[in-house]
Write a protein that binds this ligand. Structure first.
Ligand SMILES: [Zn+2]
Length: 372
């Protein structure tokens, strides 16, 4: 501990004891509010202004990493890998306003439900108290607030601090974990924010397209568009027409039918030609009318399935990309050329992903895929 950089803070301590402590420790008495590791420490609820440093840090980080130039998939990685760390650091200390998301296998993007994550982060303090963890803060809380009462049934006084009442309210979220005698009270079972988050979040049914969309052979930007496609959340001409954003609802690719998602990926003549070209090149029939259930009927090894799924995702991505391009400049590339671009891109991905330890049968499949 650096004495020159440390201050002592007192609450409800008689002056004589205060002087004695200062005399022994050689520390100067500090006053609230103050900043600790960039975070404002105060007795009352944080205001929007108090949260400004985290917003500034997030914005700076985005600027430095050039997020504007990133694809949606790139932005997703940025949010998960970098910004989340900052948020978790703050969230473990304070309750911040935020928004929600679901895990990937439940149809989400794998981002956390921010509000639940923050509660789980504060849940760590609840767990410290429950397990009588050896922290100065726990000793202080026990001495000032809980005294000899049971933590599970303790009720905070009405005139106590906002933050402490909030901690007690979050304890109530984990009350079921107490009753079931799970990790909350079992010694040796470490609480993690991830566990606390999973315990309290609203769970959704698993989606059957999870493995296909988030398959490791996919190019990330393909996964993202495939995810949007599986949620049937694409701004097709039919949707734009319905919302009165566009005056026409005709398919940008074939100019022949109403552009719905089913038409664009299952029925459109142009899309069928692209999918057939790709299928012919790799020697596998890709049923364009049945992309959603393709995976459940696929045979072959894990690698073979993975590469075929990546091909289907690439078809979805490139059809959507060319449809968008065609909407802007009214030009359309020949289906064979689209198939060629798509496979060339995938071959680079497969070459980067394949390892030397794959089985002979898979090696033959990969070799064939790279030579088509
Ligand atoms: Zn069409």
């Amino acid at each position: 501990m650096s004495k020159g950089k440390s201050n002592a803070y007192f609450n409800g301590v008689p002056d004589s004891i205060k002087k004695e402590i200062i005399c022994i420790s050689w520390m100067v008495e500090g006053s609230l509010p103050f900043r600790y590791l960039g975070v404002l420490i105060k007795t009352t609820r944080l205001s929007a202004q108090d949260c400004k440093p985290i917003i500034d840090k997030v914005v700076d980080r985005i600027r430095v990493l050039g997020a504007r130039k990133l694809s949606y998939a790139g932005r997703l990685v940025l949010v998960k890998a970098v910004l989340k760390t900052l948020h978790t650091y703050w969230a473990s200390m304070f309750i911040l306003p935020t928004r929600a998301c679901r895990p990937r296998d439940e149809g989400g993007l794998g981002l956390k439900n921010e509000l639940q994550w923050i509660k789980a982060a504060v849940g760590k303090l609840v767990w410290w108290i429950a397990t009588k963890s050896d922290h100065l803060w726990v000793r202080w809380i026990n001495h000032i607030y809980i005294k000899d009462k049971a933590w599970q049934t303790y009720t905070p006084p009405q005139n106590t601090s906002w933050y402490w009442r909030r901690v007690c309210r979050i304890r109530d979220l984990f009350i079921e974990a107490y009753q079931q005698n799970q990790w909350m009270t079992q010694q040796g079972k470490e609480y993690t924010i991830e566990k606390g988050y999973d315990f309290n979040r609203d769970k959704s049914p698993k989606v059957n397209w999870y493995n296909m969309v988030w398959n490791k052979w996919n190019i990330p930007k393909h996964s993202f568009i495939s995810w949007v496609y599986h949620h049937r959340n694409m701004n097709t001409m039919e949707k734009l027409y319905r919302l009165e954003i566009s005056e026409v609802d005709t398919c940008c690719l074939c100019k022949n039918s109403i552009e719905t998602i089913d038409h664009l990926f299952f029925q459109c003549q142009y899309s069928q030609k692209v999918v057939n070209c790709v299928g012919n090149r790799i020697g596998i029939s890709l049923p364009h009318h049945d992309l959603l259930t393709r995976r459940t009927r696929s045979h072959g090894s894990k690698i073979e399935k993975g590469i075929i799924d990546a091909t289907i995702n690439a078809c979805i991505y490139h059809l959507w990309r060319h449809r968008n391009q065609s909407r802007i400049d009214l030009t359309l590339i020949h289906p064979k050329k689209v198939a060629h671009q798509l496979l060339e891109e995938l071959q680079k991905r497969v070459a980067a992903m394949v390892t030397t330890s794959i089985r002979e049968k898979d090696r033959k499949f990969v070799q064939h895929f790279m030579e088509i």
